[in-house]
Design a protein around this ligand. Structure first.
Ligand code: HEC
Ligand code: HEC
Ligand code: HEC
Ligand code: HEC
Length: 135
Protein backbone atom coordinates (compact mmCIF):
# COMPACT_ATOMS: atom_id res chain seq x y z
CA UNK A 1 0.00 0.00 0.00
CA UNK A 2 2.05 2.94 -1.19
CA UNK A 3 -0.75 5.36 -1.84
CA UNK A 4 -1.25 6.39 1.80
CA UNK A 5 2.29 7.63 2.49
CA UNK A 6 2.21 9.50 -0.84
CA UNK A 7 -0.96 11.27 0.15
CA UNK A 8 0.43 12.16 3.56
CA UNK A 9 3.55 13.52 2.01
CA UNK A 10 1.71 15.83 -0.35
CA UNK A 11 -0.48 16.97 2.50
CA UNK A 12 2.64 17.85 4.48
CA UNK A 13 4.09 19.74 1.53
CA UNK A 14 0.96 21.75 1.03
CA UNK A 15 0.86 22.58 4.73
CA UNK A 16 4.44 23.81 4.58
CA UNK A 17 3.69 25.91 1.50
CA UNK A 18 0.66 27.44 3.22
CA UNK A 19 2.80 28.30 6.22
CA UNK A 20 5.51 29.93 4.11
CA UNK A 21 2.98 31.97 2.14
CA UNK A 22 1.30 33.14 5.35
CA UNK A 23 4.62 34.15 6.92
CA UNK A 24 5.69 36.01 3.78
CA UNK A 25 2.42 37.92 3.69
CA UNK A 26 2.77 38.87 7.36
CA UNK A 27 6.29 40.22 6.92
CA UNK A 28 6.26 41.92 3.53
CA UNK A 29 2.94 43.73 3.49
CA UNK A 30 3.25 47.43 3.95
CA UNK A 31 -0.38 48.34 3.92
CA UNK A 32 -1.87 51.69 3.11
CA UNK A 33 -3.08 52.39 6.63
CA UNK A 34 0.60 52.51 7.66
CA UNK A 35 1.26 55.35 5.23
CA UNK A 36 1.49 58.62 7.20
CA UNK A 37 3.67 60.72 4.89
CA UNK A 38 4.56 61.01 1.23
CA UNK A 39 8.23 60.14 0.93
CA UNK A 40 9.32 59.36 -2.57
CA UNK A 41 12.78 57.81 -2.61
CA UNK A 42 13.64 59.97 -5.63
CA UNK A 43 14.08 62.96 -3.31
CA UNK A 44 17.18 61.91 -1.48
CA UNK A 45 17.93 65.47 -0.48
CA UNK A 46 14.81 67.44 0.30
CA UNK A 47 14.49 71.21 0.15
CA UNK A 48 11.16 71.20 1.95
CA UNK A 49 9.84 69.40 5.02
CA UNK A 50 8.19 66.01 4.38
CA UNK A 51 4.45 66.15 3.66
CA UNK A 52 2.20 64.43 6.21
CA UNK A 53 -0.43 62.28 4.51
CA UNK A 54 -2.62 60.02 6.62
CA UNK A 55 -3.50 57.74 3.72
CA UNK A 56 -6.76 56.09 4.72
CA UNK A 57 -8.04 58.97 6.80
CA UNK A 58 -7.30 61.43 3.98
CA UNK A 59 -9.02 59.35 1.33
CA UNK A 60 -12.05 58.71 3.51
CA UNK A 61 -12.45 62.38 4.42
CA UNK A 62 -11.97 63.40 0.80
CA UNK A 63 -14.42 60.70 -0.36
CA UNK A 64 -11.96 59.29 -2.90
CA UNK A 65 -12.99 55.76 -3.81
CA UNK A 66 -10.94 55.09 -6.92
CA UNK A 67 -7.38 54.10 -6.08
CA UNK A 68 -6.42 54.98 -9.67
CA UNK A 69 -6.84 58.69 -8.95
CA UNK A 70 -3.32 58.37 -7.56
CA UNK A 71 -2.18 54.79 -8.27
CA UNK A 72 -3.14 54.78 -11.94
CA UNK A 73 -2.20 52.64 -14.86
CA UNK A 74 -2.99 54.03 -18.31
CA UNK A 75 -4.38 51.73 -20.99
CA UNK A 76 -3.49 51.78 -24.70
CA UNK A 77 -6.11 54.45 -25.35
CA UNK A 78 -4.50 56.83 -22.89
CA UNK A 79 -7.30 56.36 -20.35
CA UNK A 80 -6.88 55.43 -16.69
CA UNK A 81 -7.43 51.65 -16.56
CA UNK A 82 -10.39 50.44 -14.56
CA UNK A 83 -8.87 47.02 -13.89
CA UNK A 84 -5.30 47.83 -12.94
CA UNK A 85 -3.65 49.95 -10.26
CA UNK A 86 -0.04 50.73 -9.40
CA UNK A 87 0.16 51.07 -5.61
CA UNK A 88 3.32 48.94 -5.62
CA UNK A 89 5.12 51.64 -7.57
CA UNK A 90 6.23 55.01 -6.32
CA UNK A 91 5.21 57.93 -8.53
CA UNK A 92 8.86 58.45 -9.48
CA UNK A 93 9.06 55.00 -11.03
CA UNK A 94 6.92 56.34 -13.87
CA UNK A 95 7.28 60.10 -13.61
CA UNK A 96 11.02 60.60 -13.31
CA UNK A 97 12.62 60.47 -16.76
CA UNK A 98 15.28 57.83 -16.83
CA UNK A 99 18.79 58.99 -15.98
CA UNK A 100 17.42 62.45 -15.32
CA UNK A 101 18.72 64.27 -12.30
CA UNK A 102 16.16 66.99 -12.83
CA UNK A 103 13.29 66.42 -10.43
CA UNK A 104 11.18 69.35 -11.66
CA UNK A 105 8.84 67.18 -13.74
CA UNK A 106 8.27 64.76 -10.88
CA UNK A 107 7.50 67.60 -8.48
CA UNK A 108 4.99 68.95 -11.00
CA UNK A 109 3.20 65.61 -11.15
CA UNK A 110 2.90 65.52 -7.37
CA UNK A 111 1.70 69.10 -7.11
CA UNK A 112 -0.63 68.64 -10.05
CA UNK A 113 -2.34 65.64 -8.46
CA UNK A 114 -2.46 66.84 -4.84
CA UNK A 115 -2.83 70.60 -5.08
CA UNK A 116 -5.10 70.72 -8.14
CA UNK A 117 -7.73 68.61 -6.48
CA UNK A 118 -7.63 70.78 -3.37
CA UNK A 119 -8.07 73.85 -5.56
CA UNK A 120 -10.89 72.31 -7.57
CA UNK A 121 -12.75 71.16 -4.49
CA UNK A 122 -11.89 74.23 -2.48
CA UNK A 123 -10.81 71.92 0.36
CA UNK A 124 -7.43 70.79 1.60
CA UNK A 125 -4.12 72.70 1.69
CA UNK A 126 -2.80 74.73 -1.26
CA UNK A 127 -0.04 76.82 0.31
CA UNK A 128 3.51 75.46 0.41
CA UNK A 129 3.82 75.52 4.17
CA UNK A 130 0.44 73.90 4.70
CA UNK A 131 1.67 70.71 3.04
CA UNK A 132 5.40 70.97 3.73
CA UNK A 133 4.81 71.39 7.43
CA UNK A 134 7.78 72.19 9.64
CA UNK A 135 7.96 69.92 12.63
C1 HEC B 1 -4.84 60.84 -3.04
C2 HEC B 1 -3.90 59.89 -3.57
C3 HEC B 1 -4.05 58.44 -3.21
C4 HEC B 1 -5.17 57.65 -3.31
C5 HEC B 1 -6.55 58.02 -3.80
C6 HEC B 1 -4.77 56.32 -2.88
N1 HEC B 1 -3.45 56.33 -2.53
FE1 HEC B 1 -2.37 54.74 -1.87
N2 HEC B 1 -0.72 55.94 -1.61
C7 HEC B 1 -0.65 57.27 -1.95
C8 HEC B 1 0.65 57.78 -1.61
C9 HEC B 1 1.13 59.19 -1.85
C10 HEC B 1 1.37 56.70 -1.05
C11 HEC B 1 2.79 56.73 -0.50
C12 HEC B 1 3.75 56.35 -1.57
C13 HEC B 1 5.14 56.81 -1.31
O1 HEC B 1 5.50 57.19 -0.21
O2 HEC B 1 5.87 56.77 -2.30
C14 HEC B 1 0.48 55.55 -1.07
C15 HEC B 1 0.82 54.30 -0.62
C16 HEC B 1 0.00 53.18 -0.72
C17 HEC B 1 0.38 51.84 -0.34
C18 HEC B 1 1.71 51.45 0.29
C19 HEC B 1 2.68 51.05 -0.76
C20 HEC B 1 4.02 50.72 -0.15
O3 HEC B 1 4.60 49.74 -0.60
O4 HEC B 1 4.46 51.46 0.72
C21 HEC B 1 -0.66 51.01 -0.63
C22 HEC B 1 -0.74 49.50 -0.41
C23 HEC B 1 -1.72 51.84 -1.19
N3 HEC B 1 -1.28 53.15 -1.23
C24 HEC B 1 -2.95 51.38 -1.60
C25 HEC B 1 -4.01 52.17 -1.99
C26 HEC B 1 -5.35 51.67 -2.29
C27 HEC B 1 -5.76 50.19 -2.23
C28 HEC B 1 -6.10 52.75 -2.64
C29 HEC B 1 -7.58 52.79 -2.98
C30 HEC B 1 -8.48 52.24 -2.00
C31 HEC B 1 -5.24 53.93 -2.55
N4 HEC B 1 -3.99 53.53 -2.16
C32 HEC B 1 -5.62 55.23 -2.85
C33 HEC B 1 -1.66 58.02 -2.51
C34 HEC B 1 -2.97 57.60 -2.73
C1 HEC C 1 2.74 52.78 -13.56
C2 HEC C 1 3.18 54.10 -13.92
C3 HEC C 1 2.63 55.28 -13.15
C4 HEC C 1 2.62 55.47 -11.79
C5 HEC C 1 3.16 54.57 -10.71
C6 HEC C 1 2.06 56.78 -11.58
N1 HEC C 1 1.73 57.34 -12.77
FE1 HEC C 1 0.92 59.21 -13.03
N2 HEC C 1 0.70 58.81 -15.03
C7 HEC C 1 1.22 57.73 -15.69
C8 HEC C 1 0.94 57.87 -17.13
C9 HEC C 1 1.37 56.89 -18.21
C10 HEC C 1 0.23 59.08 -17.29
C11 HEC C 1 -0.31 59.69 -18.58
C12 HEC C 1 0.76 60.35 -19.34
C13 HEC C 1 1.26 61.59 -18.66
O1 HEC C 1 0.46 62.51 -18.38
O2 HEC C 1 2.45 61.64 -18.33
C14 HEC C 1 0.09 59.66 -15.94
C15 HEC C 1 -0.53 60.86 -15.65
C16 HEC C 1 -0.47 61.52 -14.45
C17 HEC C 1 -1.01 62.83 -14.19
C18 HEC C 1 -1.90 63.60 -15.13
C19 HEC C 1 -1.27 64.56 -15.96
C20 HEC C 1 -2.39 65.31 -16.68
O3 HEC C 1 -2.04 66.23 -17.40
O4 HEC C 1 -3.58 65.01 -16.49
C21 HEC C 1 -0.68 63.17 -12.90
C22 HEC C 1 -0.97 64.46 -12.19
C23 HEC C 1 0.03 62.03 -12.33
N3 HEC C 1 0.14 61.06 -13.31
C24 HEC C 1 0.52 61.97 -11.05
C25 HEC C 1 0.95 60.79 -10.43
C26 HEC C 1 1.23 60.65 -9.01
C27 HEC C 1 1.13 61.75 -7.99
C28 HEC C 1 1.61 59.34 -8.81
C29 HEC C 1 1.93 58.65 -7.52
C30 HEC C 1 0.91 58.69 -6.47
C31 HEC C 1 1.57 58.68 -10.11
N4 HEC C 1 1.17 59.58 -11.05
C32 HEC C 1 1.92 57.36 -10.34
C33 HEC C 1 1.89 56.67 -15.13
C34 HEC C 1 2.05 56.46 -13.76
C1 HEC D 1 -9.27 63.89 -5.65
C2 HEC D 1 -9.02 64.93 -4.68
C3 HEC D 1 -7.78 64.92 -3.82
C4 HEC D 1 -6.52 64.49 -4.11
C5 HEC D 1 -6.03 63.85 -5.40
C6 HEC D 1 -5.69 64.78 -2.96
N1 HEC D 1 -6.45 65.36 -1.98
FE1 HEC D 1 -5.77 66.00 -0.15
N2 HEC D 1 -7.64 66.53 0.35
C7 HEC D 1 -8.74 66.48 -0.47
C8 HEC D 1 -9.91 67.02 0.24
C9 HEC D 1 -11.32 67.13 -0.29
C10 HEC D 1 -9.44 67.39 1.53
C11 HEC D 1 -10.26 67.99 2.68
C12 HEC D 1 -10.91 66.86 3.42
C13 HEC D 1 -11.74 67.35 4.59
O1 HEC D 1 -12.60 68.18 4.35
O2 HEC D 1 -11.47 66.88 5.68
C14 HEC D 1 -8.01 67.09 1.56
C15 HEC D 1 -7.21 67.33 2.66
C16 HEC D 1 -5.84 67.17 2.69
C17 HEC D 1 -4.99 67.47 3.82
C18 HEC D 1 -5.46 68.02 5.17
C19 HEC D 1 -5.42 66.98 6.25
C20 HEC D 1 -6.16 65.71 5.90
O3 HEC D 1 -5.52 64.65 5.81
O4 HEC D 1 -7.40 65.72 5.74
C21 HEC D 1 -3.70 67.15 3.45
C22 HEC D 1 -2.43 67.28 4.26
C23 HEC D 1 -3.76 66.64 2.08
N3 HEC D 1 -5.08 66.67 1.65
C24 HEC D 1 -2.67 66.21 1.36
C25 HEC D 1 -2.75 65.63 0.09
C26 HEC D 1 -1.60 65.10 -0.64
C27 HEC D 1 -0.18 65.12 -0.14
C28 HEC D 1 -2.08 64.62 -1.82
C29 HEC D 1 -1.31 63.99 -2.95
C30 HEC D 1 -0.55 62.81 -2.64
C31 HEC D 1 -3.51 64.85 -1.83
N4 HEC D 1 -3.88 65.45 -0.68
C32 HEC D 1 -4.34 64.50 -2.89
C33 HEC D 1 -8.79 66.02 -1.76
C34 HEC D 1 -7.72 65.47 -2.46
C1 HEC E 1 -1.08 69.79 -1.55
C2 HEC E 1 0.18 69.61 -0.92
C3 HEC E 1 1.38 70.37 -1.44
C4 HEC E 1 1.51 71.73 -1.62
C5 HEC E 1 0.47 72.81 -1.41
C6 HEC E 1 2.88 71.95 -2.05
N1 HEC E 1 3.54 70.76 -2.12
FE1 HEC E 1 5.49 70.50 -2.65
N2 HEC E 1 5.25 68.48 -2.60
C7 HEC E 1 4.10 67.82 -2.19
C8 HEC E 1 4.32 66.40 -2.27
C9 HEC E 1 3.31 65.33 -1.90
C10 HEC E 1 5.64 66.21 -2.74
C11 HEC E 1 6.41 64.90 -2.96
C12 HEC E 1 6.84 64.57 -1.54
C13 HEC E 1 8.09 63.80 -1.26
O1 HEC E 1 8.23 62.64 -1.62
O2 HEC E 1 8.94 64.41 -0.58
C14 HEC E 1 6.21 67.54 -2.92
C15 HEC E 1 7.50 67.80 -3.34
C16 HEC E 1 8.09 69.04 -3.36
C17 HEC E 1 9.49 69.29 -3.63
C18 HEC E 1 10.54 68.21 -3.91
C19 HEC E 1 11.02 67.60 -2.60
C20 HEC E 1 11.93 68.50 -1.82
O3 HEC E 1 11.60 68.81 -0.64
O4 HEC E 1 12.97 68.95 -2.33
C21 HEC E 1 9.68 70.65 -3.56
C22 HEC E 1 10.98 71.40 -3.77
C23 HEC E 1 8.38 71.24 -3.28
N3 HEC E 1 7.44 70.23 -3.15
C24 HEC E 1 8.15 72.59 -3.14
C25 HEC E 1 6.91 73.17 -2.94
C26 HEC E 1 6.64 74.61 -2.99
C27 HEC E 1 7.71 75.67 -3.22
C28 HEC E 1 5.31 74.77 -2.79
C29 HEC E 1 4.50 76.07 -2.82
C30 HEC E 1 4.62 76.84 -4.04
C31 HEC E 1 4.74 73.44 -2.59
N4 HEC E 1 5.74 72.51 -2.71
C32 HEC E 1 3.41 73.20 -2.34
C33 HEC E 1 2.94 68.41 -1.75
C34 HEC E 1 2.66 69.76 -1.76
Amino acid sequence: MRSIPMKQRSLKISLIITLIVTLMAAYTVHSQEDVKTVEDDAFSERMRPIVPFLHDEHNENALIEECGVCHHVYDDNGQISEDETSEDNQCSECHLPEKSKNKTELIKYYHNRCKNCHQQRNAGPVMCAECHVKK
